[in-house]
Write a protein of this length. Structure first.
Length: 70
């Protein structure tokens, strides 16, 4: 995947470990699948590190520029 590092503004790549920043001034982080076109039937996310007693996300949104199903 690729993403724009919100701290440096540079485009970066990641695969098995992609950083999620905990800085409250960062409203969102976008990650883009870059391995070409493929059919996805699901996605799995593992939160491997966190601060505090447990891992959590406010929200996750998947967007597509392809065909949507009814």
């Amino acid at each position: 995947m690729t993403y724009t590092d919100p701290k440096t503004g540079k485009n970066e790549t990641c695969d098995s470990w992609c950083p999620l920043y905990t800085d409250s001034s960062i409203e969102a982080q976008d990650f883009v699948f870059t391995d070409g076109s493929r059919n996805m039937t699901g996605m799995q996310m593992q939160l491997k590190e966190w601060q505090g007693e447990g891992a959590g996300l406010s929200w996750v949104q998947l967007l597509s520029d392809g065909m949507s199903l009814p």
